[in-house]
Design a protein around this ligand. Structure first.
Ligand code: NDP
Length: 246
């Protein structure tokens, strides 16, 4: 496989780490963003101990100025971004009638505005070079909705609308744009859910377990090779069979 430059947002998190690791192990040059430098350098050192090098650039993906600076910092270290994985995300769960403006805006800003903020500075270069891969990490809850997650489900469903529009606009430029929609994966985000609630979730998953971060990384990697150039505007559900709709 050709070695490409890949930017994975939120690479220091549970799923992001698995994506960075898998992309680096398949020969790509990988970068991610951070907000806390000390934490990110410790994470980078852990991966280096495994023989994996991931470049770092500061940036909050909910800010368009930060995102632009982050992309330029990655480019100056590794070269033009050829693969973008919009993975950074947060939850601020509560039922809608109790939801604050801040809880709404933080979730939309980090999960959805970020797709605009980070993709905008990379898209012109991809179009000029006639090759690119853009992948959004959405969620099963953007497909089926979720009690207590009107903000998150709206953002994740919005990522799919973003994907299918960008896919149409950029197909002639050798750029594919796809979404991976994970089900429940055993990262900090899900382990923060009370155990009793988590057990009820697991009971609804046909495979009878939470997913592993690398199972999402595998789904991302599927879209990357040249052979995947015909696959664009797709949504790949990776959820242990919990939801089998679009
Ligand atoms: P984690 O909480 O483990 O990691 C989230 C990552 O995003 C961290 O690196 C975090 O950095 C980063 N991040 C958060 N906010 C910002 C921001 N404003 N700017 C820059 N970076 C930010 O989450 P997961 O690995 O579990 O989730 C990754 C993605 O997968 C998310 O989009 C999530 O919605 C989605 N997903 C996860 C599921 C799961 O079961 N875990 C299920 C379905 C979808 P920092 O350390 O600075 O906070």
């Amino acid at each position: 496989m050709t070695s490409r430059v890949a930017l994975v947002t939120g690479g220091t998190g549970g799923i992001g780490t698995a994506i960075c690791r898998r992309l680096a192990l398949t020969g790509h040059r990988v970068a991610t963003n951070y907000r806390n430098e000390e934490k990110a350098r410790a994470w980078q050192a852990q991966l280096r101990a495994e023989g994996i090098d991931v470049a770092l650039a500061p940036g909050d993906v909910s800010s368009d100025e930060d995102a632009e600076a982050m992309v330029r910092a990655v480019e100056s270290q590794l070269g033009p971004v050829e693969i973008l994985v919009n993975n950074a995300g947060i939850t601020r769960d509560t039922t809608f009638h109790k939801m604050s403006t801040l809880q709404w805006r933080e979730v939309i800003g980090t999960n959805l505005d970020s797709c605009f903020n980070v993709t905008r500075p990379v898209i012109e270069g991809m179009r000029a070079r006639k090759w690119g891969r853009i992948i959004q990490i959405a969620s099963i809850n953007g497909q089926k909705g979720q009690y207590g997650q009107a903000n998150y489900a709206a953002a994740k469903a919005g990522m799919h609308g973003f994907t299918i529009s960008l896919a149409q606009e950029n197909a002639k430029f050798g750029i594919t744009v796809n979404t991976v929609s994970p089900g429940y994966i055993g990262t900090d985000m899900v382990m923060a859910v009370p155990e009793e609630v988590r057990n009820k979730i697991v009971a609804q998953i046909p495979t009878g377990r939470l997913g592993e971060p690398d199972e999402i990384a595998y789904a991302v990697a599927f879209f990357l090779p040249d052979e995947a150039g015909w696959i664009t505007g797709a949504n790949l559900s990776a959820n242990g069979g919990q939801y089998m709709g679009w």
